[in-house]
Design a protein around this ligand. Structure first.
Ligand code: GRF
Length: 238
């Protein structure tokens, strides 16, 4: 069973195992757009690289290409129009009901443009992931790649984190660094970051499936099982 906890992530210092190992985790993916991260998760599942199944995909945008991707793979694809709900909480309650109906245990936000309310957070404690195209806590919110270019950083990247009540503020599980090149446009930088997103999001999902993630306050600890890297990343090279 998934650990259920009402503790605030930022206040808890007792290690909490996020998931127990040894079975297929049912994922619900929330999307609003293209769905390349969804595709990467589906591809990893179909290649037998994840102890997980995509149980359903929910979009708040009717024409999100992500829904099409899900249907092509026989995955239940639902459209919930947020404009037809009076508030964030009632939209989330409908999403939670659909996720429960499909037996979802882990929720993965993948280009989902809505902030989740307490209704969603309480329904899936320590079990909602998000991917963000920057090295958080730098450049939270929209247009993270544009923010990175405008600020002039030399290294940016992507982050998978647990979702809490803030915007891109939850405990960080994994990050990958991507150099910013002098020739980069927002598009070229985004494409290179996406390449890493498609690698680390499935990686984190597998860590969950293997029960190797523990949360201790703001720190997410990953039980041994992989080699550790002690080097550093530099950009530019000199
Ligand atoms: C990604 O850059 C992700 O980090 C951000 O939204 C984008 C979604 O892309 N949250 P896609 O829909 O998965 O292609």
């Amino acid at each position: 069973m998934w650990a259920r906890s009402a503790l605030s992530l930022s206040e808890s210092t007792v290690p909490q195992n996020v998931q127990s190992a040894g079975r297929t985790v049912r994922i619900g993916v929330l999307v609003s757009g293209n769905g390349s991260n969804l595709q990467s998760i589906i591809d990893h599942v179909e290649a037998g690289k994840l102890d997980a199944a995509v149980a359903c995909v929910i979009s708040n945008r009717q024409h999100a290409y992500a829904l099409e991707r899900a249907r092509k793979h026989g995955i239940p694809a639902l459209y919930l129009d947020h404009r037809s709900y009076p508030d964030r909480e009632s939209f989330d309650a409908a999403a939670v009901a659909a996720l429960r109906e499909h037996g979802v245990e882990l929720v993965a936000l993948a280009g989902f443009t809505r902030i989740v309310s307490r209704v969603m957070l309480d329904a899936f404690p320590l079990s909602i992931l998000n991917i963000h195209p920057a090295l958080l806590p730098a450049f939270p919110g929209s247009h993270a790649q544009r923010q990175a270019l405008q600020h002039g950083v030399k290294i940016t990247g992507c982050t998978v984190h647990l979702v809490d009540a803030g915007t891109d503020t939850g405990p960080i599980i994994a990050q990958a660094a991507v150099p910013v090149l002098d020739t980069d446009s927002e598009d070229s930088l985004s494409a290179r970051i996406l390449h890493e997103e498609h690698r680390i999001y499935p990686g984190v999902i597998q860590l969950f499936a293997e029960g190797r993630i523990r949360v201790e306050g703001r720190r997410v600890l990953v039980d041994a099982g992989r080699e550790t890297v002690n080097g550093s990343l530099r950009n530019p090279q000199f």
